[in-house]
Design a binder for this molecule. Sequence first.
Ligand code: TMP
Length: 196
Amino acid sequence: MKGKLITFEGIDGSGKTTIAKLLHEKLGDKAVLTAEPTDSWIGKSVKRALEEKRDGITIALLFMADRNEHIKEIKNWMKEGKIVICDRFIDSTFAYQKEHLGIKNAEEWIREVHQPFFIKPDLTFLLYIEPEKAIERIKDRKLTLYEYVDFLKKVQNNYIEIAKKEQERIFIINAEKEKEKIVEECMQILRERGII
Ligand code: TMP
C-alpha cells in the first residue's frame, strides 16, 4: 500500500485531537484526518453504549466493529497514497478495554478478534500527560464512562507497556508542551522516518 497510517493515542484530556488537527493542517492535501469512534452509525452506537455505561464486552465488540468498517476506508485512502492521521486506533482498545472487559485474557482476546482485519499503524504518537492534569483540562465538559483519574492511571500504564514493547513504532510525546512545539516534534519525527 502506498500511503501511511499515523495514529494518535493518549488518555482523555491529553490534547491529541487538537494536535492531530494541527498536524493535518500542516500536511495539507497529502493527508486525511479521521478518528475513532467514527461518525458512522456504528461509531455513534459505540458512543451511545459508552453513555449508557454498557458492559465491557458489548463496548469492546462495538469498538472493534467500528474499526473493521473504518479500516476499509483507511485502506482506500492509503491506496490513493494518503497519509492517514487517525485520532485513536487499536492501541486505545488495548489500553482502555483491557481495564473494562472483566475477562482474564483480555489482551489475547482483543488480538484474536482483530486478527482477520487488523492493520498495524506505521507510526504512533502517544501524548503523555499526568491523569490528574488531563482531568483538570477537561473538567468543564460532560465526562464519559472512562474519564476519572483512577481509571486513566491504569490506561496510562497500559499505554506505557505497549510503548515499551513497540519502541520502533510508538513515540512518547510530552503533551504539556506548547501545541506548536508538539506539532513541530511530530513533523520532525515524520521527516526522520521518511514519511514526509
Ligand atoms: P475520544 O474522546 O477520543 O473521542 O474517545 C472516546 C472515548 O472512547 C475515550 O474515553 C476513549 C474511548 N475508546 C476506547 O475505550 N476504546 C477504543 O478503542 C477507542 C477508539 C476509544
